[in-house]
Design a protein around this ligand. Structure first.
Ligand code: SAM
Length: 436
């Protein structure tokens, strides 16, 4: 990439590799950590996240470039793998039994059928990386984190990070690690190199290289029940612990959707809310618990295999629906999509939105889009990581406010009524209506 005009970067002394990154900054970070941790309650999410940011800054200040490189290159990927092993082999489940008392490798090996020598190596890495506690020679106990690993919404997420036995060499890690190679091949200009990153996606290119049918991500998942379950659990897990748009202090549901313009009580078919691409319905479950009394039907739509695996109760209805086809629910009060449009490049979003637009009733129906709105500065790392992940998996992206205006108002002709967010929320809620 460097051009003669830019010249070579200046040569640095090799000792930089083993010099702590910013020891001088440590006292300042520590004083911020002390201030933030005074009287901190677990319910104070915003302050807790600030503290977490400072704790990470502290590690980055203390570590040397060499420390960091070894952690990234050797430990992180192996940690993801060993966590999956702990979950999938049933070792973590065994460790949770008997009140979570410390257990020896031999006990755990006998209970799970795991080879004791191999298990001991796995446990040693998990203990060295502080994911379990070493309570004695060959004896370990779970930490709070690995206790939570026994919850499918956390533990199954690790399955999405690697391989389902007997199906395919890779799911998420290999495509992510191939991005640098494909970008380099394209001289860091995919479009100029004639590569439409959505066709084929990095994910599809890796599959093709491995001699597999290069399915799109969602077709790939649909073809594998274990992966579909893991992905749905991952979606549910990643939505935990943040304020959702239907919760207090975010989007005023009653004021915007219920008061003075709700569904016709006399129409038994009237639909209040449709969650399009709603996975197994976890958002609608929260909506129903916060607003048990809104009139009208609550409908969750997703691909057939996804809704087949859903268990919902109360008034929630499940409906198999491909959002590229005509929307069967006409004239609902609100059409809602969470983390759907970010999966698709603009041309596909226009198709999805076009089907919803045709189903909306002018002057009545609203479109609710629950997505990231990347700020001009200070984007959060989980959003920036997801943005690049979406490039890899779908040739798609997270969008800025300008991107949303471009797609929703300029290209689709909706009016954006407002964009709501909350302190402890990652994503925003964009409300749109038809221009009449
Ligand atoms: C990133 S997930 C988001 C799920 C859920 N809205 C959430 O935020 O947890 C995208 C969802 O879109 C669904 N999906 C993908 N292609 C679809 C299609 N053509 N029609 C309907 N749903 C689809 C997937 O099955 C998946 O549940």
């Amino acid at each position: 990439m460097s051009t003669p005009a830019q010249g070579e970067p200046p040569a640095l002394d090799v000792s930089l590799a083993s010099t702590p990154c910013d020891l001088d900054g440590v006292p300042v970070i520590l004083s911020r950590i002390t201030a933030l941790s005074q009287g901190l309650q677990s319910s104070d999410h915003e302050r807790r996240l600030q503290l977490l940011g400072e704790a990470r800054a502290l590690v980055q200040a203390i570590e040397t470039p060499r420390d960091r490189m070894i952690m990234d290159m050797w430990a992180r990927v192996m940690t993801i793998g060993t966590l999956r092993i702990g979950y999938e082999s049933g070792v973590f489940g065994e460790m949770l039994k008997d009140g979570g008392r410390p257990k020896t490798v031999s006990e755990l090996a006998e209970a799970t059928g795991f080879d004791p020598v191999m298990l001991s190596r796995v446990m040693r890495h998990l203990a060295a990386t502080r994911h379990i506690t070493e309570t004695g020679p060959q004896e370990f106990a779970l930490t709070s984190f690995t206790r939570a690993m026994t919850l499918p919404i956390i533990g199954e997420s690790y399955i999405t990070a690697s391989v389902i036995p007997g199906t395919t060499p890779t799911y998420t890690l290999a495509p992510q690690s191939m991005l640098p190679i494909y970008l380099k091949e394209a001289n860091y200009n995919p479009a100029a190199a004639g590569w439409d990153p959505a066709n084929p996606t990095t994910f599809q290119r890796v599959a093709a290289t491995n001699g597999q049918e290069p399915l799109n991500l969602f077709d790939y998942i649909a073809a594998r029940p274990g992966m579909a379950r893991a992905f749905s659990n991952h979606m549910a897990g990643s939505a935990q612990g943040t304020t959702r748009w239907m919760e207090a202090g975010f989007y005023p549901v009653r004021e915007r959707l219920v008061d003075g313009g709700c569904v016709d009580d006399d129409d038994p078919e009237a639909v209040f809310l449709v969650d399009i691409g709603g996975s197994t319905g976890h958002d609608m479950v929260v909506f129903q618990s916060v607003y048990p009394d809104v009139p009208g039907r609550l409908v969750v739509q997703d691909l057939p295999d996804v809704v087949a695996g859903a268990k919902v109760d109360g008034r929630i209805e499940l409906m198999a629906h491909d959002f590229f086809q005509a929307q069967p629910v006409r004239g609902a009060r609100a059409y809602y999509m969470h983390r759907v449009l970010h999966d698709w490049p603009d041309d596909k979003c226009l198709l999805i939105l076009g089907e919803i637009k045709k189903a909306m009733r002018p002057g009545y129906s609203r479109l609710l889009i629950n997505e990231n709105v990347i700020p001009t500065t200070g984007a959060r790392w989980e959003v920036t990581a997801l943005d690049l992940g979406l490039f890899v998996f779908m040739g798609a992206k997270e969008r800025t406010e300008g991107d949303w205006y471009e797609i929703l108002e300029k290209k689709m002709g909706f009016k954006i009524c407002g964009i709501w967010s909350a302190a402890n929320a990652v994503e925003s809620l964009i409300e749109c209506e038809l221009v009449v």
